[in-house]
Design a protein around this ligand. Structure first.
Ligand code: CAA
Length: 248
């Protein structure tokens, strides 16, 4: 029997990792909707160019807006018949040592990186459970596993994402819905390239494979967990970090 065509929603979908994730999911045969802020026209245009010819649409969304997340999910329910795959990839950094961190830096990172996961998943999960099928993949980070100097906000949010993953995985396991995390290491994205070069060089020197990851190497892990035949993997965290953090 042919695999049914699935609909995937990717938050942060036009970002560094998000774009590669959209492409990988589309190449796997899914209809993809990339949800992201639309304030930067150049960024949107670059995304459209990178994904030209693929079944990938763009939907403006601020994941910190609970009502807007609900409205998008409802609209996709009407136009696409529901969302089968949700990738929570919206993420920002506001790096600072805790001693210098102000509440706006804390609040912004928690609101996007963790609040955004709640806002979107809360609306998507009901339809998945009702239809008896779903794949949710949360993009966490190696820095949620190890902590990182200057990232108390980001590390807290990313560790929190995996707690969310495990709790929700239990709640929806009997409904055909899997919930997993992918924890990328340092990849060649704008987020990482914004780290001052001497600090970045020091980080890369600690990566056993000796280089930054490529976004498509993260996307491959996401597509793996989002696939039809990944139904026995749930509540897991898949690290893709070039060996920067090894654990079992
Ligand atoms: N470990 C221990 N000490 C460190 C350190 C480290 N990693 N980095 C800096 N220090 C020391 C410095 O040597 C300095 O010591 P002295 O006071 O004795 O001189 C002290 O800590 C203060 O450091 P900085 O001068 O660097 O402090 P700052 O306020 O200027 O900068 C910072 C702080 C902005 C957080 C900067 O250190 C930084 O950008 N770090 C990189 C953070 C990072 O890795 N972010 C990841 C972004 S990418 C991402 O998040 C994607 C993903 O998931 C992987």
């Amino acid at each position: 029997m042919a695999t049914p065509r699935r609909t995937a929603l990717v938050s942060g979908g036009i970002g560094g990792l998000g774009t590669a994730i959209c492409i990988a999911l589309a190449e796997a045969g899914n209809r993809v909707v990339a949800a992201d802020l639309d304030g930067n026209a150049e960024r949107v245009a670059a995304f459209r160019q990178a994904t030209d010819g693929l079944d990938i649409a763009f939907a403006p969304l601020d994941v910190t807006d609970f009502a807007a997340c609900g409205a998008l999910v409802q609209a996709l329910q009407a136009s696409h018949g529901g969302i089968d795959i949700l990738v929570n990839a919206a993420g920002i950094t506001r790096d600072s040592t805790l001693r210098k961190m102000d509440p706006t830096q804390w609040d912004a990172v928690l609101a996007v990186n963790l609040g955004g996961v709640f806002n979107l998943t809360r609306h998507v999960v009901e339809g998945m459970a009702a239809r008896g099928y779903g794949r949710i993949v949360n993009i966490s980070s190696v820095n949620g596993q190890t902590g990182q100097f200057g990232q108390a906000n980001y590390s807290a949010a990313k560790a929190g994402m995996h707690g969310f993953t495990m709790a929700l995985a239990r709640e929806v396991a009997r409904k055909g819905v899997t919930v997993n995390s992918v924890s990328p290491g340092y990849c060649e994205t704008a987020l990482v390239m914004a780290i001052p070069q001497p600090i970045r060089d020091g980080i890369v020197a600690q990566v056993p494979v000796g280089r930054l990851g490529q976004p498509r190497e993260i996307a491959r892990a996401v597509a793996f967990l989002a696939a039809e035949d990944a139904g026995f993997i749930t509540g897991a965290n898949l690290p893709v970090n070039g060996g920067l953090f090894m654990a079992f």
